[in-house]
Design a protein around this ligand. Structure first.
Ligand code: CMX
Length: 147
């Protein structure tokens, strides 16, 4: 019997964009797209400083659609490596899931590698894991469970 697809995917949570300078990128999104800043934080473990912005008003009603701007805190962070190799641009697609451990186990059954055995903490301290971009058609997919 073939393994089941990943279940419990609720929505696209956000698209993540790697930027070298967070303040400059926030200003650009505000000025060019009328984006609203929802939240900013540093995540030392991930080596990022990030801003969550809402774009547009049609989809997602009150808050618009979230875009996450990610800048490196350290030169050896994942975002710094991405910027060095690929330059600024889209770095990840994030799915909100009901249960990140279950989604990760189902991914592994589908022979999609997860970056972590156990979830780590992402934005708002929510549980996260990632699916390897080489197993997802060149897209780094983040799985997020609200806590
Ligand atoms: N999207 C698509 N492909 C990617 C990628 C990305 N974001 N990052 C790396 N790759 C590709 C590389 O281009 C490379 O391809 P080739 O072998 O064809 O050249 C391959 O994957 C391996 O890349 P690498 O440079 O050797 O690997 P890294 O050491 O940079 O690690 C990855 C890649 C995905 C394991 C690392 O970026 C990682 O651990 N990411 C998860 C954590 C993260 O992104 N944290 C920041 C965000 C935090 C948050 O969202 O809260």
């Amino acid at each position: 019997m073939s393994p089941i697809a990943i279940t419990g995917i609720l929505a696209i949570d956000h698209v993540g964009i790697a930027v070298p300078d967070l303040a400059a990128a926030v200003t650009f999104y505000q000025d060019a797209f009328n984006a609203q800043v929802l939240h900013q934080e540093e995540n030392q473990e991930q080596g990022v400083v990030e801003a969550m912005l809402a774009i547009g008003s049609e989809v997602g009603a009150k808050t618009g659609t979230p875009i996450q701007l990610l800048a490196p805190l350290t030169p050896d962070s994942a975002i710094a490596r991405f910027l060095d190799k690929s330059g600024p641009g889209m770095q990840q697609l994030a799915f909100r899931v009901e249960d990140v451990r279950q989604a990760a186990a189902q991914a592994r059954n589908l022979r999609i590698r997860t970056l972590y055995e156990e979830p780590k903490r992402g934005t708002h301290g929510w549980l996260i894991n990632f699916l390897h971009p080489k197993d997802c058609g060149g897209v780094l997919i983040e799985l997020i469970e609200e806590q």
